[in-house]
Design a protein around this ligand. Sequence first.
Ligand code: PBG
Length: 311
Amino acid sequence: MVRETVLTPESFIYPLFVHAGADAIDIVSMPGVRRLPVGCLLEECEAAWALGIPAVAIFPAIAPDLKDALGSHSLEAGNILFQAVREVKKALPEMVVITDVALDPYTSHGHDGVLSADGSEVANDETVAILCELAVKEAEAGADIVAPSDMMDGRVGEIRSALDAAGFEKTIILSYAAKYASAYYGPFRDAVGSKIGKDAISKATYQMDPANVREAAREVALDVAEGADMVMVKPAGAYLDVIRAVREVTDLPLAAYQVSGEYSQIHAAAKLGWLDYERTRDESLLAIKRAGADMILTYFAREVAAKLARA
Ligand code: PBG
């Protein structure tokens, strides 16, 4: 009766990995998560939908020989992401399909954008131009929400104009507005094969400094002014204060991404017998909701929704 926060399946967004291979492949650093062929992806989406999860975020794992410095495969008609989006929307028209707008699954160097001519940095404006094309193609494939996760400056406004010009006025933009340069993305980079070399440019040149919280409010304000429909804080568990701060400065729907490393560390500690798996998992999600997130992207979505359905 006096409980202030509850977990519900409607607040979950389920991230899933798709690849062009014939079999589902385990991701060793993310127990229970696999790279799925499109057929298995559909089954996973159907199961999630049946449990009341309204949305999936689909990430492609691209074969290394299809990657190049420009991430060109991202724009190729019929690539595995576009195929997957089409199939999911065909099978489950009402399921909300979210796609990342970033180049990291497709670039040989693993960056979210293209590099400057001398290779010394990720080139903001050149990247934004490609992201606009990518967002339009994702919308054409059927994505309901496009989610720029690249952290280039000015991309939300440019993507909004590009979508509108292509007739996708209704496509929603979920901006990864406050995305930190975090160690917690490690297992995800295993999953999509986007590991950055040791001597490479750091993602800290475009993602946020984990030391900053006021900057998150500034990033959100910029994205809102540029036309974001929803905003995201990422990672979630180590950034509860950021979720709260963002909650206070915007009325837009607020998503938080419980990222791969947050998922994997709970699995690892439970495997060692050091933490209780279910209790830690549920507490981690409750804390994110309590901090002020409306929606949580979490790899736990399906199993927690199944537990809620049994309760
Ligand atoms: C990249 C992207 C990343 C994640 C989602 N989109 C990783 C990165 O910035 O390198 C991470 C998600 C996770 O760790 O679960 N555009």
